[in-house]
Design a protein around this ligand. Structure first.
Ligand code: SAH
Length: 339
């Protein structure tokens, strides 16, 4: 609930309005129960616990990488599991959170898609991932990326509400410029989001320069093709004044040829864009190979000489299977990862 909504509920319960702000602050500091809200009377804590729930996000398993990255497997109230990754950069801590349990999009290279879709996360479960990680690791997160399990624009209303809550001054107060939302390209929603003119960074998982390759690897491309997606991206950039970030997982022999880079730089011409190249992560059963260092370098060179800025994303947490869906997949498969 937003602060306004808590206030309304409390007022109709006959509680004083200022209690709402107290409770809101506690929740957003990561307190998981009313019992711990020590500036409320015992009687009030009991009353609240009878009437309301704080959806639990509990650490089920945790892995710490040599580079400091922490991968969490969280358990939700109904026993479902989701993943988050806490990363330490020179500018502070970033967390990558999930927006759904599983995913419907079925990208051929992605581990999350392999285990199917269970349900959407509610806004509290998205916030809970940040709060639980902050409390567990004893740090404050300054950046959030919606780039974990699930497709954020396929859970649009809940994600919007999450964005409102996470940026609230009485809550975590994380500004939109410190948030990135990654999408596989739900074009209708990109237009809607653009019209809200939020200052968040839109990351678009492009992964291919044309429909032939993209439809083979990303089924969503059969609904909205590359031209339609890029048109929506131009609109987003125009409405928000923000540069679009394109994700491009480099798969050996599939999308990493020089002509792909040339085609890509032509398509992105005139758009404020940045391309993030990511050597594809190994996912069992896909048969895909990472591109060579040489192919990556050539790709960057071709993009840049075509006037497109590009970087190769630094890999964090590769020793702990930190990428999206890898840990939950193992857990579900019962490979001895029970925490
Ligand atoms: N559904 C959203 C966000 C979740 S996936 C989206 O598609 O953008 C987060 C990012 O990881 C996406 O860019 C996705 O394409 C990428 N990804 C998935 N599997 C990958 C793999 N095996 N190697 C590299 N990137 C991968």
């Amino acid at each position: 609930m937003t602060l306004d909504e808590i206030e309304k509920h409390f007022q109709s319960d006959g509680l004083q309005k200022f209690r709402a702000k107290q409770v809101f602050r506690w929740i957003h500091r990561g307190v998981g129960s009313f019992e711990e809200m020590t500036d409320l009377s015992k009687a009030l804590r009991i009353q609240l616990a009878q009437q309301y729930v704080i959806p639990p996000v509990k650490v089920l398993q945790k892995r710490v990488s040599r580079d400091g990255t922490i991968k969490y497997l969280f358990r939700l109230g109904d026993g479902e599991c989701i993943e988050s990754v806490l990363m330490c950069y020179h500018h502070g801590y970033s967390i990558c959170i999930s927006t759904q349990v599983g995913c419907k999009m079925n990208c051929s290279f992605c581990a999350t898609g392999q285990s199917g879709f269970s349900r959407n996360l509610c806004p509290a479960e998205m916030l809970g991932q940040i709060q639980t990680a902050q409390v567990d690791a004893g740090v404050r997160v300054s950046n959030v990326v919606l780039m974990g399990m699930g497709e954020p624009l396929d859970n649009y209303e809940n994600v919007l509400r999450f964005l409102e809550l996470v940026s609230h001054p009485e809550g975590m107060n994380i500004g939109m410029r410190h948030i990135s939302l990654s999408t596989c390209g739900i074009v209708d929603r990109i237009y809607e989001l653009a019209d809200r003119k939020l200052q968040l960074t839109l990351s678009v998982s492009l992964h291919a320069p044309n429909d032939e390759i993209r439809s083979r690897t990303m089924p969503v491309n059969r609904r909205w093709n590359v031209a339609q997606l890029l048109k929506a991206c131009r609109y987003y950039a125009k409405q928000t004044g923000r540069r679009i970030s394109f994700e491009y997982a480099m798969i050996g022999g599939v999308n990493d040829m020089e002509w792909c880079a040339r085609e890509l730089s032509r398509s992105l011409r005139g758009m404020p864009a940045h391309v993030n190249l990511i050597p594809v992560n190994d996912v069992t059963g896909t048969g895909y190979q990472k591109s060579s260092g040489e192919a990556l370098k050539r790709f960057v060179d071709v993009l840049e000489s075509g006037g497109c800025t590009a970087t190769v994303r630094r890999t964090l947490g590769s020793d702990i299977e930190a990428s999206c869906g890898q840990l939950r997949g193992k857990y579900k498969g019962g490979n001895g990862y029970e925490g």
